[in-house]
Design a protein around this ligand. Structure first.
Ligand code: TXA
Ligand code: MG
Length: 342
């Protein structure tokens, strides 16, 4: 059930549902989340059940304020405190050492925990109200079935799950790709998942290097010096993630043009194309969508474009590889994963 314009009363009801062990889907500035009380292992198990997600894949716990970090994490290093002070609320998740006996199910029984304070006003208000009811954090993965495209609109969440799930509509998510994840559980910060906040921005802010250890990616250009043996397990970082139903291929602009010129679609085959370079006269077997040349706009449209291609029942999706500059890193990461799925 989608609540179109959540009122104060709706938020209080949603907070009570969370307090009582039910799931609530809510908007964040990145993507919609499927939330449960992070300290209630039965409620958290429901998230894994409805998503079809393996229970050792840790969830991000969303907090109302920086003070709540103390409930979940210990030995928080200074660089992590700096990141929180500068970028929270916002699209940044920090992996920290977990206190014993908190959020065990949410953290996938790992010794670390992912924490984030989102900036979407509805998310913050919901978190404040749940905290007033004694809930310190809301565990919330993206509100999609395991391995599928993350939802950036309330309607996308509705497409994924049963009708009785409460979904708070907060409009279309401003950023559109998931938060940047920095591992802060060891002596040095390490990027685990790129997002809208770029490594360069984060490095400038903390005046220190951030190493890169993207799971399942090609060898990093900046691997951490002595840390690689004890990297936290981010088992959710499977290469084949963020997949629409149709097969996705990534091409350079030139390859894509040649492909369109030379390919002979089979029968009624329909091919979705997402590219910055327009195709003035594509035959009707091609469904063309213009890719924004601005990275922030492109991130905002990425997942809904993939979903729209699925709705149009395309057989394949061909995407022009975006630029390689830092602000495109999160987008390139999601596209590579989408293209690795089949
Ligand atoms: O923007 C976001 O981060 C969204 C919104 C809803 O906040 N959430 C999200 O959650 O993307 P999810 O579950 O789809 O992705 C969580 C990622 C996974 O790749 C998981 O492996 C990693 O965070 N993660 C969570 N806790 C971790 C931990 N303790 N150690 C390592 N990785 C962790
Ligand atoms: Mg996800």
């Amino acid at each position: 059930m989608i609540i179109e314009h959540p009122t104060d009363r709706d938020l209080l009801e949603a907070a009570k549902l969370l307090k009582n062990g039910f799931l609530v889907a809510f908007p964040t500035e990145t993507v919609y989340g499927l939330g449960a009380d992070a300290d209630n292992s039965i409620a958290v198990k429901r998230i894994f059940d409805v998503k079809g997600r393996p229970t050792d894949h840790p969830l991000i716990v969303h907090v109302a304020d920086i003070e709540s970090v103390d409930h979940f994490a210990k030995n928080v290093p200074d660089f992590a405190k700096k990141l929180m002070a500068l970028f929270w609320p916002g699209p940044l998740t920090l992996i920290l050492q977990k206190r014993e006996n908190v959020a065990n199910a949410a953290s996938g029984h790992h010794s670390t925990i992912g924490l984030r304070m989102p900036s979407h006003p509805l998310a913050l208000e919901l978190l404040k109200r749940t905290k007033q009811l004694g809930v310190f954090g809301v565990a919330a993965p993206s509100a999609n079935r395991f391995g599928r495209v993350s939802p950036t609109q309330a309607g996308h969440v509705g497409e994924e799950f049963d009708h009785d799930l409460l979904i708070l509509n907060g409009g279309s998510c401003q950023i559109g790709i998931e938060s940047t994840i920095i591992d802060c559980s060891r002596d040095l910060p390490v990027l685990l998942r790129p997002g809208q906040l770029s490594v360069q921005e984060l490095e400038l802010a903390i005046v220190a290097p951030i190493y890169q250890q993207l799971i399942d990616h090609e060898p990093s250009e900046n691997p951490p010096p002595t840390l690689s043996s004890s990297a936290p397990k981010a088992s959710g970082r499977l290469l084949a993630h963020y997949a629409p139903k149709a097969k996705v291929s990534l091409w350079s602009a030139q390859e894509l043009r040649q492909q369109v010129d030379n390919y002979r679609p089979k029968g009624h085959e329909l091919i979705g194309i997402w590219s910055q370079n327009p195709f003035p006269s594509t035959p009707e077997q091609y469904l063309f969508e213009a890719m924004p040349s601005n990275a922030a706009l492109c991130a905002h449209e990425l997942f809904s474009t993939l979903r729209n291609f699925d709705k149009a029942q395309v057989d394949q999706i061909w995407i022009e590889h975006p630029p390689l500059s830092p602000e495109w890193q999160g987008i390139c990461d999601r596209l590579k994963r989408a293209a690795s799925a089949q």
